[in-house]
Design a binder for this molecule. Structure first.
Ligand code: ADE
Length: 233
């Protein structure tokens, strides 16, 4: 898979993505991440990428021309073009999985107060937010998306780090886990986990995952319950 990032700060990439699991995936050529400077697509000496909005209101907007030139240069008909934006659809594990099936992603990092709507509507397939808060730019959002998508690509996680059985895959948060020692500061590992009874362990884990989800994420819990009642009809 190829992920291209269009940004005003190409030098911050790959940054943390160059380390650990994603860094290794890049070294092993399972994944290529490249960053492109939006200013290279401007046509004035100052490299102007923003301008004032029509109508009253504060802030600056990304101009349509450099963005259009850049996306037309970097995208092919198979490219899926994402723009980071606090007004986008909220990124989640399902969307990460969908994006991981694409051959080529182009992530445009939003800057300033927004983007000229004509560029948005003609160039961008999907606006994506990483959560209901406002960042100073889309660069960290692009990194978050790259990270979540990369680890879902075939071969990126080892067999011992499967992405099948983790938070969100079934709409539940992950159950509690324990490692050695068997007793730590007078707290014992639940006995059932050493019982060797796989069916009982699975039922215990599901019970814990359901309890955590109910307590922490009523929104996910409601969806999970609705899905289950649908399935039992
Ligand atoms: N840019 C500013 N805030 C953002 C957010 N929450 N998600 C994606 N891009 C953003």
């Amino acid at each position: 898979m190829k992920i291209d990032i269009l940004t005003l700060f190409p030098e911050i990439f790959p940054g943390p993505l160059g380390e650990s699991i994603v860094g290794r995936a890049m070294k092993n050529e399972l994944l290529e991440i490249r960053a492109f400077d939006l200013r290279n697509y401007t046509d004035d000496a100052r490299g102007t990428v923003d301008d004032k909005p029509y109508g009253p209101g504060p802030g600056m907007l990304m101009k349509p021309e450099p963005l259009t030139r850049a996306v037309e240069d970097l995208a092919t008909p198979d490219t899926f073009v994402v723009m980071t934006s606090p007004r986008g659809v909220v990124f989640n594990q399902h969307l990460a999985r969908e994006l991981s099936k694409r051959e080529h992603l182009l992530i445009v990092c939003g800057h300033y107060e927004g983007v000229d709507e004509r560029a948005l509507s003609t160039l961008i397939d999907l606006e994506v937010s990483i959560g209901d808060y406002v960042l100073t730019s889309g660069n960290l959002a692009a990194m978050v998306m790259c990270d979540a998508v990369s680890r879902l690509l075939p071969g990126v996680l080892g067999a011992d780090q499967s992405s099948e059985d983790e938070s969100f895959t079934e709409g539940l948060l992950e159950y509690p886990q324990y490692t050695r020692p068997p007793e730590f500061r007078a707290m014992k590992v639940p006995e059932i986990l050493s019982s060797g009874d796989h069916a009982k362990i699975a039922a215990w884990r599901r019970g814990k995952a359901e309890q955590l989800t109910r307590e922490r994420r009523p929104d996910l819990w409601e969806k999970y319950c609705a899905q289950r009642s649908q399935e039992s009809k």
